[in-house]
Design a protein around this ligand. Structure first.
Ligand code: D54
Ligand code: ZN
Length: 278
């Protein structure tokens, strides 16, 4: 597992593009035949990718966790951003189409990732988001398009989007993960503007369904001292509680947003009017 230290706001002052990327961008998570994991000290979140081709892949127990198995003291959200696939949790089999989400509760010993049936089909690409957990909640599959749906934004401001709250206080229960999927409508490019922070939670975005030749310009940093990252398809971004997280694509896209920390109140945000950003 790649392990990253926490970042404080002062460390972004004078940072080069590469230094900002090294701190916040998680690229290369999705490699055929591998499970890749990156841990951050921010709320002890782990993000990962699993792309099974041929043999099923097992979720490993990285040495950094000092755990007998990955979910010994953790919970996990899985979103499939690739072709159809299967996740098996202690023998229970779950089919995940593109955009489906599986929440896996603490204590599951064996998590296996496998491809769907059909030769030459696009392999699944399972995005993983994990946080420490002190209680066990049931493992729940949510099909694509499920969850509590919020229609946000307006085509006139290029931010019309459907936000699906999946793991949250009013839906699939968890210890601390709050997770969902937002999809921009065609012709809309902006997410989360006006931008916000939530000092009590770390949030990660995983951009997906970004066209090959498109990129998302993702804002990070303190609201009055922003930086940006140029983000491609299936790349993740870590936002500490003090950082805004907002982006504009050169085309429409989708993203998995996922949080962990002190509370699960989705509305516990501090918003910043557009004109206040620097
Ligand atoms: O704290 C919540 C998160 O930033 C996301 O839910 C924002 C988002 O999906 C959107 O505006 O489209
Ligand atoms: Zn947020």
């Amino acid at each position: 597992m790649q392990q990253r230290h926490a970042t404080s706001p002062e460390q972004l002052l004078g940072a080069t593009s590469q230094e900002v990327r090294d701190r916040f961008l998680v690229a290369d998570l999705f490699v055929p035949g591998e499970v890749r994991l990156t841990g951050t000290e921010h709320d002890r979140v782990v993000v990962g990718g699993a792309v099974p081709v041929g043999e099923p892949l097992a979720l490993p127990a990285p040495a950094e966790l000092r755990a007998a198995f990955f979910l010994e003291r953790r919970e996990l959200g899985v979103v499939n951003v690739g072709g159809p696939g299967v996740v098996t949790v202690d023998g229970d089999v779950y089919d995940l189409a593109h955009g489906a989400c599986l929440y896996v509760g603490r204590g599951a010993r064996e998590v296996l990732f496998a491809g769907g049936s059909g030769d030459g089909a696009e392999p699944p690409a399972f995005y993983l988001f994990s946080a420490p957990a002190h209680v066990t909640c049931p493992t729940v599959l949510t099909p694509p398009g499920g969850g509590t749906v919020l229609e946000l934004g307006d085509p006139l401001t290029s931010n019309r989007r459907s936000l699906h709250q999946i793991v949250h206080e009013g839906g699939v229960r968890s210890c601390q993960i709050v997770l969902g999927v937002t999809r921009l409508h065609p012709g809309s490019m902006w997410n989360t503007m006006p931008a916000h922070t939530h000092a009590r939670r770390t949030e990660c975005y995983l951009y997906f369904d970004v066209p090959d030749d498109a990129r998302v310009l993702h804002l990070c940093g303190e609201p009055r001292e922003t930086r940006h990252l140029v983000v491609g398809d299936r790349e993740a971004v870590i936002a500490p509680g003090w950082s805004v997280h907002s982006g504009v694509g050169t085309a429409a896209y989708a993203f998995v947003w996922a949080m962990a920390g002190e509370n699960q109140a989705f509305d516990d945000m501090d918003g910043f009017p557009v004109a206040s950003l620097r």
